[in-house]
Ligand binder design. Structure first.
Ligand code: NAD
Length: 418
């Protein structure tokens, strides 16, 4: 989705080159790391419910596999483009490197409108797409996961399709699977837990106690609603949340159990009674609070509203919620920003745990998953902020420097084949 006419691949390249410049990365490595290793486009027929045959297009891109098999989600959307998938694949390379898990980066997408398709059509599309990309995916090669408009059921169909081809079950070919076929405990809330753990480190850095801290969240889907629950369990006060219908605000705190009930019953948070309500879906971005969590879409904090952000910490649960101009404004206001490739890496980290458990056929309880996640997220936070302190760069730049350096070192150690 090229929001606001911005080509995401150009954005990804610019971010890479900006970091490479500060690092003094040599031109050879720049050429290698700014290129996607594999770009597969597939066009394939699917029988629709009315008997027609429709031809769909999809992509699977592997940006880099120097540190391990490629890893990244698959999205279904009408406006998926190859450039978008390439950018997302590159961001996955940096995300897995920043948290230090042994993966490269990949992404997949199918151009379709899943909201207008029946379950049967979606299953046939998924199984055929999985077959088409089966030449490059596998537990040792490239491991997909859910992304926009795909879910554990879609992963189950992919896992079953690849398993049928081989004649035996291969659970490690995808992550984000249902628990009963090799999914991991804790995967569902992993992204928000990662946001919680990194934000708690940031709060410690700024001397803000979690208990009583005011938290504001834009977006109330998987990432946003679970973050609201986890932060309130820690004693934080959730002062504002929003979804695509509007926002609710109460500086004394929202009752999250009640907000969840209202959202489940009426499909939106705006019917919650004990709060000020507005149709403005961006209201949480500018309310007075300690922590702001954008958890909806890209390009939400912009040059227009960044100056009105009152939070002391911004934790990017969403991918790309802050534009480069807004980045600079937040930095000048001394707001501590936890960049997306660090803040929301909890999801891919527990995906890694799922893959490890599938390969060993030995499954962990939720306590172990959460402990390992906490260790990895806190370690990554400290490593990123050590670079912030050493080099005086922004946290986003520090995360890129850490990640690119790890991939560059792996590339150098392996050498160029042949
Ligand atoms: P989701 O579809 O479950 O939820 C999105 C939420 O945003 C919904 O509540 C929707 O109503 C709301 N929304 C949509 N447009 C909005 C607008 N204009 N203003 C305010 N709210 C709006 O998606 P999700 O899985 O929670 O993902 C949210 C963000 O987090 C995305 O950027 C995604 O890439 C990122 N992310 C999610 C995960 C994950 O594991 N779920 C992992 C990494 C990153």
């Amino acid at each position: 989705m090229a929001v606001g006419g911005i080509n995401p691949w150009e954005v990804a390249l610019k971010q890479f080159h900006d970091a490479a410049e500060i690092m003094g990365l040599d031109d050879d490595l720049r050429r290698v790391l700014s290129t996607c290793k594999r770009e597969l486009t597939v066009n394939f027929p699917v029988k629709m419910d009315d008997g027609r045959i429709e031809v769909f297009s999809g992509h699977r891109v592997q940006h880099n596999i120097a540190r391990g098999p490629a890893k990244g989600g698959i999205r279904y959307a009408p406006d998926v483009t190859l450039d978008e998938v390439k950018a997302l694949a590159m961001w996955m390379t940096w995300k897995t490197a920043v948290v230090g898990i042994p993966y490269g980066g990949a992404k997949g997408g199918v151009v379709c409108n899943p909201k207008k398709m029946s379950l049967g059509e979606l299953e046939r599309l998924t199984r055929r797409y999985a077959t088409e990309i089966s030449v490059i995916i596998g537990p040792e090669k490239d491991i997909p996961a859910p992304d926009v408009n795909t879910n554990p059921q879609v992963m189950a169909w992919i896992m079953d399709t690849i398993s049928m081809h081989q004649g035996y079950s291969i659970p490690g070919v995808v992550t984000g699977k249902p628990l009963n076929i090799g999914g991991s405990q804790g995967r569902f809330e992993a992204t928000s837990r990662g946001v919680l753990y990194t934000t708690m480190e940031a709060m410690a850095r700024r001397g803000i106690p979690v208990k009583g801290a005011k938290v504001s969240i834009q977006g109330y889907g998987n990432a946003g609603s679970i973050a609201a629950r986890l932060f309130s369990e820690q004693g934080a006060i959730i002062v504002s949340v929003s979804d695509s219908q509007g926002s609710i605000i109460n500086s004394k705190g929202l009752d999250i159990a009640e907000v969840n009930k209202v959202k489940a019953e009426t499909k939106t948070v705006v019917n919650y009674k004990d709060a000020d309500r507005t149709k403005d879906t961006k209201a949480p971005l500018t309310v007075p609070c300690d922590v702001l969590i954008p958890a909806a879409l890209e390009n939400q904090i912009t040059a227009e509203n960044a100056d009105h952000v009152k939070a002391k910490i911004v934790a990017e649960a969403a991918n790309g919620p802050t534009t480069p101009e807004a980045d600079k404004i937040l930095h000048d206001k001394n707001i501590l920003l936890i960049p997306d490739i660090l803040a929301n890496a909890g999801g891919v980290t527990v995906s890694y745990f799922e893959w490890v458990q599938d390969i060993y056929s030995f499954f962990w309880d939720e306590t172990r998953v959460n402990q390992e996640l906490e260790r990895i997220m806190k370690r990554a936070f400290q490593q990123v902020f050590a670079i912030v302190d050493q080099k005086g760069v922004t946290p986003r730049m520090a995360a890129y420097i850490l990640a690119i350096d790890r991939v560059a070192q792996a590339t150098n150690t392996r050498g160029i084949y042949p």
